[in-house]
Design a protein around this ligand. Structure first.
Ligand code: PEP
Ligand code: MG
Length: 857
């Protein structure tokens, strides 16, 4: 077998050392060398050469000076760093001649240490000698924490050589070339091992991924004086802000757990109790730190990303061993990308593309400090991100009482319903044992930005004992201090350290750039003035969904709402609705004022009426008493309203047609509010009225006739011109298929993908949580379709609807207002499908803004 052409190339060859042939590390080192950085002299061996070594081919000739004049390092260099590879081999070439040479340069103690390490590491890596055997010899001869002397080291060397001889069956090979070849062959074979291949394929490597080598002169970091190894970076991996960070270990080779780390600067010093602080490296070797900081800056510009330098010092003289991207969390990634763009190192578009939209959540909510210990006792679905700590409460009333006293709580319920909304507002975090990603708890929590975990089915709530019990039997009583991690879907005992949210600076600058490039609108789902203000702060293009039912859960309104529901006649209903009208009008006036100049979509009442009545018979009794009605009448009405399958029952437009006075009241409230707000000369409000849960065109025709009549009446009464737009929610497969008809009466169609997913799959959004994790884990579904839009099924229905709708009505506006509006892949889909906007919970607006920008680039 011959040595393949181009097998060896010097690192000084610059761009010739390509990653596709010699590996990423080799290519990067060659670029660093070309920048004039102090990279130890060396060569790169090609993929072909390493493959041939593994197959028994010959070792190529290396430059004579490199092998003869000192110890060497042999490092793996795969095409992508993330693909891993065998560990590097240091101190190759240990022989009598190098021992003498090194003794001259760094003294006998350091020379012996290099030599011993060379033999023992080789024995372990090439011949499989157990590390424990070598460690036993070290323990026998050297005392931890003290500098070894020559005699002890010589005795150790003799024992290590004997161990080698014993284990391998022949003496230590004195020939450096022979050592290098054996090491290279062992590493080449390790790369081909099946487990190594499976591991790297899991990281995206192709089956035939190549491995190259770097053979370099070894940095003499065990030498006397300020010698050792370290890392230096110019930005913080936690904040992304400028800061010299890293560390240095004296007289070490790479990471050595037993050695204390010196800070690089005075700022980086960490106090260790009971130990004298170590002086910072910039006091011990100021010129080296300055040189390395300049090297990190050069590498950052060269590689167009924040890079750290891995360095060695040889008696104060710096050498650059490698340079890799700085490890960073989501927040630091944003700051780094924005700073790089502002420094002109990358363009703004590239900065936008570098950020994973979902990682922006790290800016919006408190997070558990990644360094903090975690005592996790339960898991569920990560329904609403962020973390919160508080006392465990098992009822919404307790959460509200605690909030009134300023006590933070975590509200745990089997599941939540409309009656829990105020408790959810009062709690810092919400946990439910049942429910999926679009269950009541999940939707409300995301809307109000409260961390939430749902479907934690392994936990038990005992309302008598007032406890929450973990699968391993730990019982937490009401009042216990717990932490909820809604980003990971975990429930933890105690109060781990937190990192506060951060919305200014780089975060808002990046989103400004996103707004400049995106052409897909991003609106918010907001039901209350507080949410609308939050949405404005997140700089939305409007409100895409105001679920009006949430306005009726305030205690005062709930009473009137219940009067309306319990009324026996149309007159009775009308009387109650007349009392609700001014309240609704005031809501809309406030909403329109907050959203001045931006569109606001108001959805008419959607849920079935029984949701507004209590369920338990005691509560029904209390209600009858409060309303001064016979108990039998109240219970009979509640029974009459109960449905076997309320999600498919009398809700949405069906309710609006059967009890038309409800929608008439709401339409009047909307139009009167618009007229009131439009009295001043500022930008007029053009309300958008939306009809939910449509399945037949005739539903729209009938509802529209009534809404138009109310509009005409208000115009006549107020003597004004009133513009409004009527929209239809596409939430049933039939509505999607018949979108052509619907588009004739509607100015816009808004896809309610929560219901559309539920109805397309025939999958209850409230119950799917029970088995969704199992389904996804087993690969039945690739993702939870309530979380990531099912492009193949639901997506196809949406495409059909969009096409049919726009064919009949070319000016038709298309939007999406289900929870998917905050999911990056769904946002991309909407952009590609030619939609006008997506609408999502206020806290997911930044994600949607960035995802929409990325979809435009
Ligand atoms: C939907 O179904 O997607 C929707 C937005 O309406 P809701 O979640 O209120 O049912
Ligand atoms: Mg819906």
């Amino acid at each position: 077998m011959l040595v393949p052409p181009g097998a060896v190339v010097g690192l000084e060859a610059g761009e010739t050392v390509r990653a596709e042939s010699y590996g990423r590390k080799a290519a990067d080192l060659a670029r660093l060398a070309a920048l004039g950085l102090p990279v130890p002299q060396g060569v790169a061996l090609s993929f072909e050469c390493v493959a041939s070594l593994a197959a028994g081919g010959p070792m190529p000739e290396l430059p004579a000076g490199l092998v003869r004049d000192g110890l060497l390092a042999l490092r793996p260099s795969p095409e992508e760093r993330a693909w891993g590879g065998p560990s590097a081999m240091l101190n190759l070439g240990a022989c009598a001649r190098t021992l003498a040479l090194l003794t001259e340069r760094v003294g006998v103690v350091a020379a012996l240490r290099f030599h011993i390490r060379g033999i023992s590491r080789f024995a372990q890596m090439v011949h499989g000698v157990e590390p424990e055997e070598v460690e036993a010899l070290i323990r026998k001869h050297l005392r931890a924490g003290t500098e070894p002397d020559e005699a002890a080291l010589r005795a150790l060397l003799a024992d290590v050589e004997a161990l080698y001889d014993d284990a391998v069956g022949e003496p230590w090979p004195e020939d450096p070339g022979e050592q290098l070849e054996a090491a290279a062959r062992a590493m080449a074979l390790a790369w081909r091992a099946p487990t190594a291949r499976i591991l790297r394929q899991a990281k995206g490597a192709p089956g035939n991924a190549g491995l190259g080598f770097v053979v370099q002169r070894l940095a003499l970091s065990l030498a006397p004086g300020v010698s050792g190894c370290g890392l230096l970076q110019l930005v913080s991996g936690r904040s992304g802000g400028p800061e010299i960070a890293g560390g240095f270990t004296l007289r070490s080779q790479g990471k050595e757990a037993s050695t204390r780390t010196y800070p690089l600067t005075g700022q980086g010093a960490v106090e260790t109790p009971g130990q004298m602080p170590l002086p910072p490296l910039d006091e011990l070797a100021p010129a080296a730190v300055e040189r390395l900081a300049a090297a990190a800056a050069q590498a950052t510009t060269e590689f167009r990303d924040a890079h750290l330098v891995e360095f060695a010092l040889e008696a104060g003289e710096p050498m650059v061993i490698d340079s890799v991207p700085v490890r960073r969390n989501g927040r630091a990634a944003v700051r780094i990308a924005v700073d790089l763009a502002n420094a002109g190192v990358i363009g703004r578009e590239e900065a936008l593309l570098r950020i994973e939209p979902r990682s922006l959540l790290e800016h919006l909510h408190p997070q558990i400090d990644p360094a903090a210990p975690r005592d996790v006792f339960g898991t569920g679905l990560a329904a609403s991100p962020g973390a919160a700590t508080g006392r465990l409460v098992l009822s919404s009333e307790t959460a509200m009482t605690a909030a009134a006293q300023g006590e933070p709580t975590i509200l745990a319920r089997v599941e939540t319903g409309p009656e829990d909304i105020r408790g959810m507002h009062a709690a810092m975090g919400v946990l439910t044992l049942r429910g999926g990603m679009t269950s009541h708890a999940a939707v409300i929590a995301r809307g109000i930005g409260v961390p939430c975990v749902v479907g934690a089915g392994d936990l038990r709530i005992d309302l008598r004992a007032r406890t929450l019990t973990s699968p391993d039997g730990r019982a937490y009583h009401e009042g216990a201090l717990l932490t909820l991690d809604g980003t990971r879907g975990e429930i933890l005992a105690g109060a781990p350290a937190m990192i506060a949210p951060e919305l200014g600076g780089a975060f808002s600058e990046l989103l400004d750039w996103a707004d400049a490039v995106r052409d897909l609108g991003v609106r918010a789902n907001a039901d209350t003035p507080a949410e609308a203000r939050m949405a404005r702060d997140f700089r939305v293009d409007g409100i895409g969904l105001c679920r009006t039912e949430h306005m009726f859960f305030d205690p005062e309104r709930l009473t009137v709402m219940r009067e309306m529901i319990l009324a026996e006649s149309e007159e009775g209903r009308k009387a109650a609705l007349d009392r609700l009208l001014p309240m609704q009008r005031a809501d809309f006036v406030e909403l329109f004022e907050i959203m001045r100049g931006l569109p606001v979509v108001i959805r008419l009442l959607d849920p079935p009426l029984h949701e507004f009545l209590p369920q338990e018979s005691e509560d029904l009794h209390a209600l009858a008493l409060a309303m001064d009605l016979p108990v039998e009448q109240v219970t009979a009405r509640a029974r009459a309203l109960r449905e076997v399958n309320p999600m498919l029952g009398m809700r949405g437009v069906r309710l609006g047609l059967v009890m038309p006075e409800i929608y008439e009241m709401q339409a009047r409230a909307i139009f009167e509010a618009a007229v009131a707000v439009n009295r001043d000369a500022r930008e007029p409000v053009v309300p958008e009225v939306m009809i939910p849960l449509v399945s037949a065109n005739q539903e729209v025709v009938l509802a529209k006739a009534r809404i138009d009549a109310v509009a005409a009446a208000v115009q006549a009464e107020e003597d004004v011109d009133l513009a409004f737009r009527l929209g239809v929610m596409v939430e049933t497969p039939r509505a999607a298929l018949r979108a052509g008809d619907l588009a004739l009466s509607a100015a816009f169609l808004s896809f309610g993908t929560n219901d559309l997913t539920q109805m397309t799959y025939g999958l209850s959004r409230d119950d799917a949580g029970r088995f969704m994790r199992e389904y996804v884990n087993r690969g039945v579904f690739t993702e939870d379709p309530f979380h990531t839009l099912d492009l193949e099924g639901v997506g196809e229905l949406m495409l059909i609807a969009a096409k049919r709708g726009r064919t009949k009505n070319p000016g038709l506006v298309l939007g999406l207002c289900g929870e998917h509006g905050g999911d990056p892949s769904s946002v991309r889909f909407c952009k590609v499908a030619g939609f006008d906007y997506v609408s999502c919970s206020p806290f997911r607006v930044p994600i949607a803004r960035l995802a929409a920008a990325q979809a435009s680039l």
